[in-house]
Design a protein. Structure first.
Length: 82
């Protein structure tokens, strides 16, 4: 329901604010709204606990990389170790 409301109100808001104040004011106001929403959401939903107890909290950079399959004629630091 709220997704549908947002899809109707969003373009209307964007068009009205852009016409009256310009594109930059419209994008700045949307950015501020998103930032305020993110901060309120983080506070209300106990975001610190969610981030510290996440399964992604203790993953190293090596665990996040995907090994590249060696291809003939293409040498990368990962496919051609020295």
């Amino acid at each position: 329901m709220f997704l549908g409301i947002g899809q109707v109100i969003g373009p209307l808001y964007g068009a009205i604010i852009t016409e009256k104040f310009g594109f930059q004011v419209c994008t700045d106001s949307i950015s501020i709204i998103c930032l305020v929403f993110a901060i309120v959401y983080y506070i209300v939903t106990d975001g610190k606990t969610a981030l510290t107890q996440s399964k992604w909290a203790n993953i190293s950079i090596e665990q996040m990389t995907i090994p590249i399959a060696p291809m003939p004629g293409i040498c990368t630091p990962l496919s051609n170790p020295s």
